[in-house]
Design a protein around this ligand. Structure first.
Ligand code: COA
Length: 279
């Protein structure tokens, strides 16, 4: 029997976390929401290896800590969400460590994307290269009207390495994705909204309050339903329509076994707000 059959998905493993004090991130818990701020404003929050490692730790913590129910990711300062991978690090890499760096960054982003809890990017400025890729791995994107987006890697003789060639066409379609990736040009927040790259554009002062309000709205929904909806959309995109529909029907049936479904339907019929327990 193939060893593959015995492989336990890493997302299913429960890990005990040693406390880690981050040097490049702020990690603040407020009423079950983790606010993660990438904190290198003097370098426009560029993703060096340490930021990627600390984000990977934070993503694992989000996925495994039941006290965390949702996440907002933003960048420190007024100017940048994240201005890309750290170009100083990239300048030193050879082919093998280049590939390893791409795989590490991709795995970190995938861990956020599959953590089972809603993750919102609050994009406060430049979201370029790895910054745009980080935003795209989040489930929703809310942008300040000063934000700018782009995949400028080709200008540096490299190509996107943290999922840009894969998530951008899934979000905005192949033609628009190729236009951004091949020209390296930046677009403003309104254009990003027009093409479906961001969900909402707000004035800078409203960015974090809006992200929190949207997230708290989602947290008021049935948490198991939210988790399975995230999973069905994520996995369904990689399936045939029939496979995806079957996955959806299985989730629909599974939710019928939960107390939350009973509570949600009963609350509607009794004309009251539901009290979900996540069970
Ligand atoms: N990696 C490493 N450092 C970066 C960086 C990156 N991706 N983006 C910006 N920085 C650093 C700059 O080197 C500068 O550092 P210094 O003050 O020590 O010289 C600091 O952040 C401020 O950036 P600066 O270029 O002076 O700001 P600006 O307002 O003139 O320009 C940008 C802003 C975003 C247009 C410009 O910084 C830029 O093009 N950055 C690179 C974007 C990119 O190509 N990203 C993809 C990388 S794969």
């Amino acid at each position: 029997m193939s060893a593959r059959l015995f492989r336990v998905p890493t997302s299913a493993l429960r890990v005990t976390f040693l406390p880690m004090s981050y040097e490049t991130l702020l990690f603040e818990m407020r009423d079950a929401i983790a606010f993660i701020t990438i904190n290198r404003p003097d370098k426009l929050n560029a993703l060096n290896d340490q930021v990627v490692d600390e984000l990977a730790h934070a993503a694992e913590r989000v996925g495994t800590d039941d006290a965390i129910r949702g996440v907002v990711i933003t960048g420190a300062g007024q100017k940048a969400f994240v201005a890309g991978a750290d170009i100083g690090d990239l300048a030193k890499q050879g082919p093998f460590d280049g590939k390893a760096r791409a795989l590490r960054g991709q795995a970190m982003l995938r861990r956020f994307e599959t953590c089972g809890k809603p993750v919102i990017a609050a994009i406060n400025g430049y979201a370029l290269g790895g910054g745009c890729e980080l935003a795209m791995a989040c489930h929703l994107r809310i942008a300040s009207d000063t934000a700018r987006f782009g995949q400028p890697e080709v200008k540096l003789g490299i190509a996107p390495g943290y999922g840009g060639t894969q998530r951008l066409p899934r979000l905005v379609g192949k033609g628009r994705a190729l236009a951004l990736i091949l020209t390296g040009e930046m677009i403003d927040a309104q254009e990003a909204h027009r093409i479906g790259l961001v969900n909402q554009v707000v004035p800078p002062a409203q960015l974090l309050p809006t992200a929190e309000t949207v997230l708290r709205g989602i947290l008021a929904m049935g948490p198991l339903a939210v988790r399975l909806a995230l999973e069905a959309v994520d996995q369904g995109l990689e399936m045939t329509l029939d496979e995806g529909l079957l996955l959806e029907a299985n989730h629909f049936g599974l939710l019928a076994a939960t107390r939350d479904m009973q509570e949600g339907l009963t609350a509607f019929l009794e004309k009251r707000a539901p009290r979900f327990e996540g069970r």
